[in-house]
Design a protein around this ligand. Sequence first.
Ligand code: GYE
Length: 321
Amino acid sequence: MTMNRRTLNIALAAASLGSLLPASAFAQKKLVLGFAQVGAESEWRTANTESIKSSAKEAGIELKFSDAQQKQENQIKAIRSYIAQKVDVIAFSPVVESGWETVLREAKAAKIPVVLTDRSVNTKDDTLYVTFMGSDFTEEGRKAGRWLTEKMKDQKGEVNIVELQGTVGSAPAIDRKKGFEEIIKADPKFKIIRSQTGDFTRAKGKEVMEAFLKAEGKKINVLYAHNDDMAIGAIQAIEEAGLKPAKDITVISIDGVKGAFEAMIAGKLNVSVECSPLLGPQLMQAVKDIKAGKTLPKRIVTEEGIFPMEVAAKEFPNRKY
Ligand code: GYE
């Protein structure tokens, strides 16, 4: 096709306009995600944060990130600041289950969609968030219980269990306790003789286990810890008390982080139930889908397994967190 004078002029005008405007004027505006993280209490959490940061970068999403140091008031403050900044989507992992209605209503009034990742809230009004993506913590507790009842099925006499709970009021602490109890109650020989929070940290796990050992000593047959970090702290306490972890006391925990695999390979931890922190890519996809007007399922469940110490060395190279 030949160009006449008029089309040539238009083409020249468009070209010079193009050179005057910065390239960014033609690029699509970046989506902005505000993420209110629980804290940095465990290896799991560190891997979760890393997954969110790297996948946001990869997806070309601008991430505003805050660390609440395991305090609900800090998370609420962060969410309010994301509302004020008019981000496109807010996501957070609620440190505890209750007390979110007011701030979630504020987000809804501002028409900012909210995604729950990892942990859920216990509100009855499920229009306050778009979706909840994360693990089934009750099922993780059941897996821990099933592993124990199977291992000790031929054991005569009582099996005395001490339990290290996660953060008080958090979904994983509530549900992991519930799922585990649901399974062990089928046989009255299994008894939880002590149960206390270790707040999901190594330091607290060690401290509380020391107290358990002081109070119950050799009576303790099993330790059930709601996460690997508390188990690792407790293993230290067991050794310092002159006992052999995984032999004198059976040790069960949840997460499946690298530290747990190392402890299993060293013969100090019997089993870890998997809980994947790698939620970043799924979250970024959800942010894009929400902004594209797609409807998401209300619940997206993470698939996971269980790793006894016998398979730890073989599985270790495949672990991503
Ligand atoms: O098990 C624990 C972390 O919410 C699933 O939080 C998460 C838990 C995880 O501190 O290690």
